[in-house]
Design a protein. Sequence first.
Length: 391
Amino acid sequence: MPPAPETLDGLDCAAILTWLQERDEAALDALWARADEVRRAHVGDAVHLRGLIEISNYCVRHCAYCGIAACAGPLPRYRMTRDEILACARKGRDLGFGTIVLQGGEDPDLTGPFVADVVRGITRETGAAVTLSLGERSDADLRAWRDAGANRYLLRFETTDPELYRRIHPDPPGTVSDRLAQLVRMREMGYEIGTGVMVGIPGQTWDSLANDIWTFRDYDMDMIGIGPYLPSPRTPLAGIFPAADRLDLFAFTLGQAISHEIERLFAGDFALGAVLDAVASLAADNAGRVAEGWLESQPAAVAAGSRRAFLYSPGYCGWHISGQETLFAALRPEAIGIRLNESFLMTPLKSISGVLVLAPAASHRIAATYPFCAQCQSPACRERIPVETVP
């Protein structure tokens, strides 16, 4: 049982974990009431309005869920000028906003001097407080912006689970992300700091979420935001799945014995091991082709005409590999010996999984304009469906 709401001031991480999993409505009503009392005592009932200006949607990061990530699909990009930003800030002042928030992707062209000049302009012309949310930046930039008049900085650490963070926030080459450390340094510079986490990240546990909440208290954050994990639909699958006549989950494995044999041969006869490895990979892929052919041969597919079946798998076509977790939860391929490791890779190695999509042939013709297409090592999605089969 969780502690009584009147004792919540002494919550530890274990108690937070218990409350996160509480399902009794009466107990939760008491929790909400206590939370409301604390809110009223500390911040009152006033609602403070802030005017948010999205100054750029350029970004160098490849975050797995984000709609403006560098790896996002075709997306009109923009970067506001100084005059455009100041005009919006003046509009915000006229509307009664006491704080102007400048938000954008991690855009190298939003240089330290440029942002500092904009901040000075806003404070001089509007008198509003300025909050920045521009991602991970150098200490030199952060100090310059603070000296220019920026009051607050928003930077979500997203999750305290380091492995989970790396899956959704891959580090740029040559750098290591440490958002909590940046938050501490910004507080030392005089910023009020805001942060937050996502809920529902594939692979997230109740324990990691409890630790996230404890971290808010441990670091005494000034502002906190919590939101759901919502992956961007900017992949070709966002258009393919809705067009489907039929969707079938699919998993196949050659079994562990073939993997053991490949390992044994690699240790003694590398060439033969490489041949068996290649043949086994082709066999696993051919299982997908067989499943596609079976689906296309079904009476409903034949009657509809101009239908093609295609296997789509996590890790391809912009579908983040963490999608394996959701797929496994529904399909349960453990029954045939397939397991997922912490990186969402399957064992035995010679296994495939995904969604079989039966749809009009034209639906599968993917324009190679997505950033991930240029790095694709398996362009079968464009080769397998001849142009002449597409009406």
